[in-house]
Design a protein around this ligand. Sequence first.
Ligand code: ATP
Ligand code: MG
Length: 461
Amino acid sequence: MAYRIPELPAYAAAVLDTLESAGFEAWVVGGWVRDALLGSASHDVDVCTAAPWSESERVLRAAGFAVHRTGAAHGTVTVVVDGRPIEVTTYRVDGTYSDARHPDAVRFVSNVREDLARRDFTINAMAYHPERGLLDAFGGAGDLAAGLVRAVGDPRARFDEDALRVLRAVRFAARYGFDVEEATHAALTEFAPRLARIAQERIGQELTGIFATGRMAWALARERAVMVCAIPELSPLVDFDQNSPYHAFDAYEHTIRVVSGAECVTAGCAGQALRWAVLLHDIAKPETYSEDVSGRGHFFGHPELGARKAAAIMRRMAIPAEIVREACALVSLHDYPMTVQTRSLRRTILRCEELCPGRGEALAFELLNLKRADALGKALPCRSYCSELDAVSTALRRELRAAAPLCVRDLAVNGSDVIRERGLEPGPDVGMVLEGLLAAVVEDGIPNTRDDLMELLRFGG
Ligand code: ATP
Ligand code: MG
């Protein structure tokens, strides 16, 4: 089939040349080739070679490059060329992957095809060399063109070898907007329960990867069987009827909508803590469910219990501590009332600051994003709450400015006010007056409110 591969970066070509001049075959493999065929040459470059790792180290050092033994047991060294690291790995086939990121044992082989055959999906199992061209033994280029994630070889056998591939398939499909090929998909569903045997840290890394695609909602909706195996605590949310006028969807469907809402309200740039928080915000709803006399559902204490459960989930997946702390703070506060009243705003900032010292202000805005996303996932009449939250956001900004202006732009009055009140022409004098007002606020404790500063402009010195 027709394809065009962008030029291999010179630093990567230098590594291939050095190895091949020393008599060792070498290819670029994996993600760079895949993304290059998709028209993007931005992926980091991985090289695989017939050279044993100690020989790669020797010849690359002799060529003047820095080489680090980053994974010698698995045949990998990292060479740094022009400040860019490239992993160079000896042709190998993998043993089992029982815990960490790498297989327990590997067997080195002499043929690049064998190395490609051990890779997970056809789109990841291609090799490229600037002179020899594309080596595509499993139809990866065709699958890229067709938008398919397909296992290399027998999908059941491949998921049996390493069940993490189930989640990797979802991650690649999410990233490129691909479908999972039919037989691969059937095996995916069948082997998803095997995720229970996979190291939690590896699951955490894949989930982080799915979040990074911005399409976690798609993954939850389309690959529910996989996602509830990845996070078993999600399973009780499925079909859980909330019996509440606020909710039009079961708890799992609501979660999907909130996860998707978070991407909407942040234009696809949600932070990691917010992403985890939206996913786990209602995780304790089934456990805290109660009904009042009218038969309406309540979930007293679900934010607090949810925060504890979220912490346990994220910690076991080795998610960085600061993300766990912020995500759990958000979960615990997701129903915390916030209004435009100064007292409410100050109380929220204080509460956020208590939970995440030094991050109170940023967290308060993330909480608003979580609340907006939550509203988007509720029954239609609740969605207008978003515009109330916009007003709260504006008030919060005003409140923070009033509390601590850092520059003249943070003042509650601006240059036009100065021009009008003082009868000045636009120019440096206006700036000087604003500087004077800033000093009055910062040094003399004048409140940074429009009323106070207008008064100072009118009657002050
Ligand atoms: P990304 O952009 O996500 O890093 P990638 O293709 O570089 O994409 P990696 O997880 O870094 O993915 O792995 C590099 C290559 O190693 C993959 O392209 C794939 O060929 C192979 N690979 C990685 N993990 C596995 C696995 N569990 N089973 C089989 N092959 C794997
Ligand atoms: Mg990679």
